[in-house]
Design a protein around this ligand. Sequence first.
Ligand SMILES: [Zn+2]
Length: 95
Amino acid sequence: MIHVETISSHTRTGTLEILWSDGRQQRLTHAFLRTCCQCSHCKSFHLQGKTGDVLPEQLRITEIRPVGMYGVQLIFSDGHDRGIYPWTYLRDLAQ
Ligand SMILES: [Zn+2]
C-alpha cells in the first residue's frame, strides 16, 4: 500500500510537499488546501453555492497534526482547525 514518506511545510512559500512511498512528489499550496477543507462547515458553505472568500495570499498552515494512520489535521493561520485530510483524499488532490 502506498503511504506517505515525508510531509513538509514551507511557510515562506506557503507550500506543502508530500513524498509518497512510490516516489511521487506532490506540491500543494496552503491556500489551496484551505479551499479543499472537508469539514461540515466548509462543506455546507460550498453547498450553498458560495465559492468562498478570496483567501489572503499570506494564509498559512501553522500546524500539522497526525490523525492516526488515517491522515492529517491541518491548522490554518486564519484560525480554522476543523479540517481533516485523509491520505486518500490528499493523494487525489491536484493543483
Ligand atoms: Zn473547514
